[in-house]
Write a protein of this length. Structure first.
Length: 132
């Protein structure tokens, strides 16, 4: 079963740091918060409810259930370098979710190519599009 994990940038802290957690909540105002602590099978206790951290809604990223070749977790909106069938492709690509699949959208200066993530042997994390 895929680990449920989210991350987003918090502007509450100096330097706009990444906050990771396995649960999110969205308020009527559109604000989003991440709970950085795991939920037990009984849910949160009263003290844990107050440990949520508000994030910038446009920076919300979801873990795709895969790690790069160095073991770093990959999230939507991560920019990666890919190797296709043993041939390194020196192109930066962004991970997206489209039509029920996680895909790599290549920025190659020409047409945008959409590829299934499972078709790649090596994926290397470079940065996230929301990094400062």
């Amino acid at each position: 079963m895929q680990e449920l994990l989210f991350k987003g940038k918090s502007d509450v802290y100096v330097g706009s740091i990444w906050i990771e957690g396995n649960s999110i909540t969205q308020y009527e105002s559109g604000e989003i918060a991440i709970f950085p602590k795991n939920i037990s099978k009984f849910g949160y206790d009263n003290q844990e409810i107050y440990k949520r951290v508000q994030i910038k809604p446009n920076t919300l990223c979801k873990y795709i259930g895969k790690n790069d070749m160095f073991g770093r977790k990959l999230f939507t909106n991560d920019v990666v370098k890919i190797t296709i069938n043993g041939v390194p492709i020196e192109v930066e690509s962004k991970i997206e979710y489209k039509n029920g699949l996680y895909v790599i959208k290549c920025f190659d200066g020409s047409d945008i190519q959409i590829h299934r993530l499972d078709d790649y042997v090596n994926i290397e994390y470079l940065y996230n599009i929301f990094d400062d």
